[in-house]
Design a protein around this ligand. Structure first.
Ligand SMILES: [Zn+2]
Ligand SMILES: [Zn+2]
Length: 236
């Protein structure tokens, strides 16, 4: 689904209604995150649906190294030869050299709302169904640019968590700093590793003037994005 000109939202139910975003800036294709499935077929069919081929995919950027966002990475790298970007802190987890930092196994409250998230908590902590590893080609930091996207280092959910701003399209890709599934929230409570940093990162994102806020879990926000990020920051 095209949520703004050149921004295509890809989704699957598994991995916590996880989303990835295909960016078409008129020449190259850039993918933010890679969904849960390891065969990447949903991403490939989205690329083909645009009348493009996987070799047009030149950049794959990871918001962070949690399993739901890394499933299709190795397959897509093989198919496209795209350059893979991530923050240095997440890179060795993506490459399979280190386990994702542990998260609490305490159930989140109110339990019924957060119950669908619990299997993912368990899976991430126990290392069930790990992602096929893939080396990161290039480390990126706050202030870098990838195509039309400005990179923001937004730690809190994880230490090397990244968000991306496309000013010309008034769009923010917030990763897991904001979630809209199972409900609108400043990320999933048990998954945010450092709440002080998380709050600071949300404050920075709330200062951007955007309509679209694309999030890692749940449907994208397509209007009044700045207000919604401010709401999330107030809830954190
Ligand atoms: Zn995450
Ligand atoms: Zn996630």
């Amino acid at each position: 689904m095209e949520i703004a000109p050149g921004i295509h939202s890809l989704r699957q139910n598994q991995g916590g209604h996880v989303h990835a975003f295909l960016i078409d800036d008129g020449s190259e294709l850039t993918l933010i995150d890679t969904l849960y499935d390891t065969d990447a077929r949903r991403v490939v069919s989205a690329i083909e649906g645009l009348g493009r081929s996987t070799s047009d995919l030149r950049h794959i950027i990871l918001t962070h190294a949690h399993r739901s966002h890394l499933g299709g990475l190795a397959a897509l790298k093989r198919l496209s030869g795209a350059t893979v970007y991530a923050h240095e802190w997440e890179a060795d987890i993506i490459a399979g050299e280190r386990k994702a930092q542990g998260i609490t196994l305490r159930p989140m409250h109110p339990l019924l709302t957060w119950l669908p998230v619990y299997p993912l908590q368990l899976g991430l902590t126990l290392g069930l169904a790990p992602h096929p590893p893939c080396p990161v080609d290039q480390w990126v930091e706050d202030g870098d640019r990838i195509g039309p996207l400005q990179v923001l280092h937004t730690p809190g959910h994880s230490p090397g968590h990244l968000a991306f701003h496309w000013p010309e399209r008034r769009a923010l890709f917030a990763g897991d700093a904001v979630a809209t599934w199972p409900k609108f929230s400043p990320g999933w409570p048990a998954f945010n590793l450092n709440t002080t940093e998380h709050r600071r990162s949300l404050g920075r994102m709330a200062a951007l003037d955007v309509d679209v806020v694309a999030v890692g879990h749940g449907e994208p926000i397509t209007a009044a994005g700045t207000e919604r990020v401010r709401d999330a920051a107030a809830m954190a």
